[in-house]
Design a protein around this ligand. Structure first.
Ligand SMILES: Nc1ncnc2c1ncn2[C@@H]1O[C@H](COP(=O)(O)OS(=O)(=O)O)[C@@H](OP(=O)(O)O)[C@H]1O
Length: 337
C-alpha cells in the first residue's frame, strides 16, 4: 500500500487532493514523485507523440520513468471517486530527482476517458489536446488497429452482418471475437471482457463472432475502412467515430485546455511546442534553438479515403465541427467539414 508523506512546501495539505506539479514522498517507495504539470490528453492518432517529443526537449520537463502512456484516466467507466482515492499509485509513476524538474503525462486516450477525474485530481495541470481533422483521425486509428491485428473481416453471414463486413475488436476465449464498442472503455478491465461481452451477447449476438466466421485482416485498405463504417453499430458505439466529437469530449474541462491544430503541428512543431511551453513555469532560455526532429515509429501512406467514405465522415462531423468552431474560434480547422 502506498502512503503519502508531504514534501513541503509544494504539497501543503497531505490529506487533501493534490495539485498539479505537487511533489510527494510515498511510503514503501524511495525518492520523490511529482504529479504532472502537463498532460497531453489526445486525440489519439492526432500527433500527440510528435508534440510530446518536442516538449520533452526542454531540459526541465520529463515524462514518467518508463516513457509509455500511463492510462490512469483512460477508462471512462472508472468512477472519479476511486481514481481520486488511489492517486498515490498515479504519482508513483513520476519519480523525480531534481527539484527544478516538472513532469508530463502523455496518454492519447484521456480525451475519451474520465476527464472529470483528470480535472478534479489535477485542477491546475496544463492540459493540451491535439485535434486532427476527425475523419482522417478515425482513418488513422483504424489503420493503427489493423496493424495490431484487431480488425477482422466476416467470412460468413452472422445475424445481420453480411460476409465482407469489417469489424474492429478484441479476441475472446475459445477463438471468439468481440466487435469493439466497449473494449476501449474496458481497457482497464481486459480480464473481464468475456463477462462484459456475455452481457452484450444477450442483447445483440451479432457482435460476437465465433471461430471460423471471420479472418484477421492484418493489412487494410480504404475499402475496408468504408465497410467498417457501413457495419458500424448504433450511434456512439464505435470509439473511432466518437473520438472525433471533440467539443463534447472537451466539455468537462470547461475551457481549461490548450488546443493544438494538428495541421499546425505538422507545419511547425517547434513553434507549437514553444507556445505550449510558454504557459508553464519553465525557463524559455533553456529550450534548444535547434530541435531534434521527430521520427515516427512507422511511415505508412494509406490510400486516400474513398469519396463515399469522405462524404459519410463529413456528414458525421459537420455538427461536431461546428460545435468545436464555436468553442475555439481561433482554430483554423482548414479542410474540416
Ligand atoms: N510533426 C507531426 N505533426 C503532426 N502529426 C504528426 C507529426 N509527425 C507524425 N505525425 C502523425 O501523427 C500520427 C500519430 O499520432 P499519435 O502520436 O497521436 O498516435 S498515438 O495515439 O500515440 O498512437 C501519425 O499519423 P498517421 O500517418 O495517420 O499514422 C503520424 O504520421
Amino acid at each position: 500500500m502506498t502512503w503519502l508523506l508531504p514534501d513541503p512546501p509544494q504539497l501543503r495539505n497531505a490529506s487533501a487532493t493534490p495539485i498539479a506539479g505537487a511533489c510527494v514522498r510515498l511510503r514503501n517507495r524511495r525518492g520523490r514523485f511529482c504529479l504532472p504539470s502537463v498532460v497531453v490528453i489526445g486525440a489519439m492518432r492526432a500527433g500527440t507523440s510528435a508534440l510530446t517529443h518536442y516538449l520533452l526537449q526542454h531540459p526541465h520537463l520529463i515524462r514518467n520513468a518508463d516513457g509509455t502512456e500511463v492510462h490512469y484516466f483512460s477508462d471512462p467507466f472508472e468512477p472519479t471517486r476511486s481514481l481520486l482515492k488511489t492517486w498515490p499509485t498515479y504519482a508513483a509513476r513520476f519519480p523525480v530527482a531534481a527539484t527544478t524538474v516538472q513532469t508530463l503525462d502523455k496518454t492519447a486516450q484521456y480525451l475519451t476517458g474520465n476527464m472529470d477525474a483528470l480535472r478534479t485530481l489535477l485542477p491546475r495541470a496544463h492540459i493540451v489536446a491535439v485535434l486532427r481533422e476527425p475523419g482522417q483521425r478515425a482513418y488513422s486509428e483504424f489503420f493503427h488497429h489493423c496493424r495490431a491485428g484487431r480488425v477482422v473481416e466476416v467470412t460468413k453471414r452472422v445475424g445481420p452482418l453480411r460476409a465482407g463486413a469489417v469489424l474492429r475488436g478484441d479476441a475472446l476465449r475459445g477463438g471468439r471475437f468481440a466487435a469493439a464498442a466497449i473494449c476501449y472503455g474496458a481497457r482497464g478491465r481486459k480480464k473481464q471482457l468475456d463477462e462484459l461481452y456475455k452481457l452484450r451477447e444477450e442483447e445483440n449476438p451479432a457482435w460476437i463472432l465465433n471461430k471460423g466466421t471471420y479472418r484477421v485482416l492484418g493489412r487494410c485498405a480504404a475499402r475496408h475502412f468504408d465497410r467498417f463504417l457501413a457495419a458500424s453499430p448504433p450511434e456512439g458505439e464505435w470509439t473511432e467515430l466518437g473520438a472525433g466529437r471533440y467539443a463534447d469530449l472537451l466539455q468537462p474541462l470547461g475551457g481549461a485546455v490548450t488546443l493544438v491544430d494538428a495541421a499546425d503541428l505538422r507545419s511547425d512543431a517547434g513553434a507549437v511546442a514553444r507556445r505550449v511551453l510558454g504557459g508553464l513555469r519553465l525557463d524559455a532560455a533553456l529550450y534548444p534553438r535547434h530541435l531534434e526532429p521527430y521520427v515516427p515509429s512507422h511511415v505508412d501512406a494509406p490510400e486516400p479515403l474513398l469519396p463515399a467514405t469522405r462524404r459519410r465522415l463529413d456528414d458525421v462531423y459537420r455538427g461536431p465541427n461546428a460545435a468545436l468552431r464555436r468553442l475555439a474560434p481561433d482554430l483554423k480547422l482548414v479542410g474540416w467539414s
